[in-house]
Structures are given as C-alpha cells and as structure tokens.
Ligand binder design. Structure first.
Ligand SMILES: C[S@@+](CC[C@H](N)C(=O)[O-])C[C@H]1O[C@@H](n2cnc3c(N)ncnc32)[C@H](O)[C@@H]1O
Length: 364
C-alpha cells in the first residue's frame, strides 16, 4: 500500500502540479479507497468493484472515479486528484480555517481538507450521496467534517466561513456564499466559460466580487439555480454536422493542449458564441462558434485550420480566424492572465454573480 500511495503522489505531480508538504502529507494519509466502497464506473461504462485487480491501482492513479450515474451520465464522482490538488492549493487552507464545500460527492476532498487542519461543512444536493459520504468519513476516522443535504445555492447553514470550495460546475457564485464569507475570504469555484468550467478564485472588493483564473477544468454541472443561464451565457456544447475546411492550418507544429485552452479561454472572453463542439469523425471536441441553430458554425482545430457548416459558415470562419489572430498578436496570453468583475444575473428569483467584462492583466 505504501508503494501505491508513493506512486499516487508521483502521478499527481506528473501533470506539473507542485504539492506543498502539507498537501503531499494529506494525499498520502487519506485512504481514497474507503470513499469508493461500492467501486466506480470507468470511462467505457464498465463497473470496477473493490475485489477487481484494477481497483486499487485505479484508486491510486490520477483518474476521476465516477460513483453514480443518472440515465447513463455521471452525477457524482471523486474528482481528478491533480485538479483537487491545484484547487486546494489555490484555496490556501490554514489549520483552523472554517471551510464550506459545495458538492460533498464521496467525501474524499472534505477528508483532505480536514487533514489539512480545516473544520469543514460539506453539502450535497443528493441525500443518498451525502449519506454515503458521511459513512465513509466515519469509516476513515476523519473528524471535523459535517455533511448536510441541501442545494448548495443556499448552503443550508448560517455559519461563517474563511474559505468556500465548489467541486461541481456552476454558472456563477451564489450571493449566499458571499454573505457567509469572512471579509478576507476566498471562493474557489469552476465557473462555466465557453462550454468548459475553468476554476476561478473569487474575492470580494469595494466594487463587488472579482474573479481571477486558476486553471482549466471540466466538471459535471450543478443542479438548480447555480447553473441558471444568464445574459453572458455561451451556447451549450454541441455536435456539428458535415463540415468543410474553410481556413487552412496556420500553426506548425499545432498548439499544444495548454496553449489551445489558452486560445479557447481568450476566444470565449471576446465572443459569446464560443463553446465546444464534437466534429464528425474526430475523437475530441473543439473550440467552436455556434450559430443560432446551435448545430452549425465554425470549429477551430489546434493547428488553426477552420472547419465550418451552415448558412453563416463564411462569417463564423472569419470571426474564428480574427479571434486566433488577436490572441496571437497579444503574445498568446495564458488563461491565468484573465480577470473579471462580476455582476448579478441568472434566475431573478435566485440570482448568481457571473463574470462580466473579462480583461487581461500583465501579471498572471
Ligand atoms: C464531482 S462531485 C464532488 C466531488 C467531491 N468533492 C469528492 O471529493 O468526492 C459533484 C457533486 O456535486 C453535487 N451537486 C450537484 N449540484 C449540487 C448543488 N446544487 N448543491 C450541492 N451539491 C450539488 C452532486 O450531487 C455531486 O455529488
């Protein structure tokens, strides 16, 4: 088991994540297998049970462990460990901190927070998920975590917190979180942007909350008002029909995965029609501008070539090329260089603070 845990830390670091000594100690100490007692689902849909030989090696790898499906789609999981590490590092948790987590899931992230010395309240909208997290935390002998069943929009508690971490994709930040956050507090949350959920660090200031980008991420979406559509929403991810190449490749070699995400973020900050779309006979999704039909438009590939379809193919091709040119001419700004002020929007009966007016800073 010691070898498995050592290998686990190496796997987490392999993506370029630097683990502080406290984080490395927490990942080494908390037994992740205790939080998935009924096994998990692999990406190919296969169920892995604790008795299977691949159970422990997968638990101690850098993989997401999907623990619950709803109509075949994941609705609860233990997130990717390297992403948890980046988010916990950004949260800057000190011993004694009071932390609210939205999305208890398996309870594993709450256990890591408690091991870092925090007192944790974790909330899940699914009662059976919250019950299982509570049992797992007890079995693992973790103290200092309270698990509640509630929609995280309201939090279901009147306590005050130093830190709030959101482990499910949201469209914005609940005003109830800000009401319960200490003045120098911090929220770390994956907030929808151009079809993905980059993780944002949100702080309150004299002019209201403001956001800075922490890292790229993809999360399952939250239930309820936390994912309400708003004036700045991008089109939902789509599958595009037959497409033809309407602009040639511009980069050789093609952008690597990180630079492509940087371009994606910038394109989304500049244009509200940017999202992601699956393209026929290709096995990943791409940065795309969708027209009003939601199923046609232009997709930009990592080499800068553009495939397009539909009546506005030419116009969207020109927009995609212009966005790529703008990003390139600014020196390929990384995601972390972006900041936004936030505005109250969403469902008028349950509003959320959403990013507005993204701008670049010189100090990522
Ligand atoms: C990716 S999992 C969380 C992972 C978890 N932190 C862990 O360590 O295992 C996302 C969880 O968010 C929960 N969720 C979805 N919408 C929610 C909402 N509005 N309020 C609270 N929890 C929500 C889901 O039920 C799911 O269990």
């Amino acid at each position: 088991m010691e070898d498995a845990r050592r290998h686990y830390l190496d796997q987490i670091r392999r993506d370029g994540v630097t683990l502080t000594p406290a984080l490395a100690a927490a990942f080494a100490a908390v037994p992740r297998e205790v939080f998935v007692p009924d096994g998990f689902h692999r990406g190919d849909g296969r169920r892995v049970l604790p008795a299977d030989p691949e159970f422990l090696p997968t638990v101690y790898s850098n993989d997401v462990l999907v623990t619950k499906l709803n109509e075949g789609r994941p609705c609860s999981s233990s997130s990717q460990p390297s992403l948890m590490a980046i988010m916990l590092d950004a949260l800057d948790v000190r011993p004694g901190a009071r932390v609210l987590e939205i999305g208890a899931g398996t309870g594993y992230n709450a256990a890591l927070l408690a091991t870092l010395g925090a007192t944790v309240t974790t909330v899940d909208v699914q009662a059976d998920v919250a019950d299982r997290a509570r049992s797992a935390l007890a079995r693992a002998g973790i103290d200092g975590v309270r698990v509640s069943t509630a929609d995280g929009y309201t939090t279901g508690s009147d306590d005050r917190y130093d830190r709030i971490i959101v482990t499910v994709g949201v469209a914005g930040v609940s005003p109830h979180w800000l009401d319960r956050l200490e003045p120098d507090g911090l929220i770390v949350a994956p907030v929808e942007h151009a079809g993905t959920h980059p993780v944002l660090a949100v702080r309150t200031g004299a002019d209201g909350p403001a956001a800075a980008v922490v890292c790229p991420a993809g999360f399952m979406s939250a239930a309820g008002p936390l994912t309400a559509r708003h004036r700045g929403s991008h089109p939902p991810p789509a599958t595009l029909g037959d497409m033809t190449e309407t602009a040639p490749a511009r980069w050789d070699p093609a952008l690597d995965a990180l630079a492509y995400r940087d371009l994606w973020f910038a394109a989304g900050a500049w244009h509200r029609r940017v999202t992601h779309a699956a393209v026929p006979s290709r096995d990943q999704s791409y940065l795309a501008l969708l027209d009003d039909s939601g199923s046609a438009g232009a997709a930009m590939l990592p080499d800068g070539s553009v495939l397009s379809s539909g009546p506005d193919a030419e116009r969207y091709t020109a927009v995609a090329v212009a966005l790529a040119g703008r990003w390139w001419s600014l020196g390929r700004p990384p995601m972390r260089a972006w900041r936004a002020v936030m505005t109250l929007d969403g469902d008028p009966a349950a509003p959320i603070w959403v990013p507005r007016a993204w701008h670049l800073t010189r100090r990522p």
